[in-house]
Design a protein around this ligand. Structure first.
Ligand SMILES: NC(=O)c1ccc[n+]([C@@H]2O[C@H](COP(=O)([O-])OP(=O)(O)OC[C@H]3O[C@@H](n4cnc5c(N)ncnc54)[C@H](OP(=O)(O)O)[C@@H]3O)[C@@H](O)[C@H]2O)c1
Length: 278
């Protein structure tokens, strides 16, 4: 039996087993199973050993271990290294390699939304500004994606986080970002406002930032996908802005992890979306 795992703490809420077990069945990988495991920091070393001993075939890493797993890994892919964030592990040539597929997940959804060939967010746009709320574990993946989109334009990535400490850590990793006080909005047009905080997971959660003057062309993106529409997204929709939730990003990062482990690129079909929406 080939065993795959998602490790984290807490882990009960993880929907990764739903997706991966569905794809394993669909692609007839009948000797494979995907499970969740709640671990403590002290268990990280043992998980890597299980991977090396081939007791586990692949691992997804979630909150709060995406950074703290790094010292135990033999090799990082470029994105994992840039973001210091690992969400997928695989053994290759006797080495444990750490990947970051969150970055691709976010970038792909932005790419699809704007349909780059034809759009507002044209690849050669002269200026591109983005505004990120939060500086937690997933935020480096979003900064890395947006830096790619800023490209050679003189645009700025603004970041606002409740605690200064986490904001400063992010600034160390990405010196070009501009930090602004929690509660404030950049005074320039931003193509996208992304919520990477966990505010919105609970129904009544509210982000205390006034977006009423934000341009209608700004896209509001929330990484949260359950609930499907956070207050942040609902308010934006009611103001007339376009919105995206985190569901497709989640599916694309899972698809990429599945590809790394099995060499099969699974389809994001209606059934897998239905499973997540149940
Ligand atoms: N769609 C996807 O594929 C995907 C992937 C990963 C994560 N996510 C979602 O992204 C969110 C963040 O994940 P993470 O791993 O980065 O979590 P994390 O490391 O725990 O970071 C949480 C972030 O939320 C902020 N925050 C928490 N409570 C707050 C409050 N009451 N007011 C203001 N800010 C608050 C924290 O600010 P401080 O620094 O001040 O504590 C920090 O910036 C989660 O909701 C998660 O579900 C989605």
């Amino acid at each position: 039996m080939k065993k795959y795992l998602v490790i984290g703490n807490p882990i009960e809420h993880s929907q990764s087993p739903l997706i991966h077990n569905y794809w394993m069945e669909k692609y007839r990988l009948l000797d494979s199973v995907y499970e969740k495991r709640k671990i403590e920091k002290k268990d990280l070393k043992d998980v890597i050993k299980e991977l090396k001993d081939e007791k586990i075939a692949g691992v997804n890493v979630t909150v709060p271990f995406k950074k703290s797993i790094i010292p135990y890994i033999d090799e990082l892919d470029q994105t994992a290294n840039n973001t210091q964030s690992v969400n997928t592990l695989h053994k290759e040539d006797n080495k444990v390699v750490g990947y970051n597929t969150d970055t691709l997940g976010f970038l792909k959804t932005i790419h699809d939304h704007y349909n780059f060939a034809t759009t507002e967010l044209a690849v050669d746009a002269p200026i591109r500004n983005f505004f990120i709320l939060g500086a937690g574990g997933v935020t480096p993946s979003i900064v890395a994606s947006l830096q790619f989109l800023v490209g050679r334009s003189p645009g700025v990535i603004w970041v606002s986080n409740r605690s200064k400490n986490n904001a400063n850590q992010l600034k160390k990793l990405f010196p070009k970002i501009e930090l602004i006080e929690w509660g404030e909005c950049p005074s320039v047009f931003c193509d996208i406002v992304v919520n990477t905080t966990s505010v919105g997971l609970k129904k009544d959660d509210k982000i205390n930032i006034d977006f009423t003057d934000v341009d209608k062309k700004t896209l509001f993106y929330d990484l949260i996908y359950s609930p499907k529409e956070t207050k942040f997204l609902r308010d934006a929709r009611l103001r007339g802005n376009k919105t995206i939730n985190g569901q497709m990003m989640f599916l694309v990062q899972a698809r990429e992890a599945f590809r790394i482990w099995t060499n099969i690129t699974p389809e994001i079909d209606d059934e897998v979306i239905r499973l997540l929406n149940k």
